[in-house]
Design a protein around this ligand. Structure first.
Ligand SMILES: Nc1ncnc2c1ncn2[C@@H]1O[C@H](COP(=O)(O)OP(=O)(O)O)[C@@H](O)[C@H]1O
Ligand SMILES: [Mg+2]
Length: 148
């Protein structure tokens, strides 16, 4: 499924819909260049767990931010981890699977080592437009009717 976002607010909204699936204990692997909107999307996903958007940040040195919730939620940013050994040592694999929910930025780095239940790829379009490709959610389970 491909959804076009025209603003950060729309990307948050798309993230919110993905979050509704994550609360079942799934993970989302997010790919896309710097500034594509990965963190923005995760703000929406986190809101499904009752986490305020402002709590989700792209803090430079935070690799894993965990949030208590009925289903524990982890925001993982692999930007600063360059090889699979450092990813493993950081404890990333402990946050994936077993009924936990995780949203992972720079998931390209896990290719061949782990698979996402839901996979999102965000590409730049013109101006504020983003082309958001979503795999792992059936279109019929996407109760999102865009207003544009
Ligand atoms: N349609 C859009 N979706 C998401 N972000 C957008 C969009 N249009 C512009 N932006 C801007 O792009 C930037 C995305 O930043 P961020 O979510 O931190 O990206 P990433 O985590 O992929 O590096 C923000 O400054 C945001 O305001
Ligand atoms: Mg980010």
């Amino acid at each position: 499924m491909i959804i076009i976002s025209n603003s950060p607010e729309e990307t948050v909204e798309i993230g919110r819909h993905i979050g509704r699936h994550l609360i079942k204990g799934l993970n989302v692997f997010i790919c896309g260049e710097l500034g594509a909107g990965k963190t923005t999307l995760i703000k929406g996903a986190a809101s499904a767990f009752g986490i305020p958007e402002r709590d989700i940040t792209s803090a430079t040195y935070t690799l894993i931010a965990g949030y208590e919730s009925q289903t524990p939620f982890y925001h993982i940013d692999l930007y600063r981890l360059d090889d699979i050994k450092s990813i493993e040592e950081a404890g990333v694999f402990d946050c994936i699977g077993n009924g936990k929910a995780a949203a992972i930025e720079w998931a390209e780095k896990l290719a061949g080592y782990a698979d996402g239940d839901i996979r999102v790829d965000i590409a730049y379009g013109n101006n504020d437009r983003r082309i958001i490709k979503i795999e792992g959610i059936d279109e019929k389970d996407w109760d999102y009717s865009p207003a544009w």
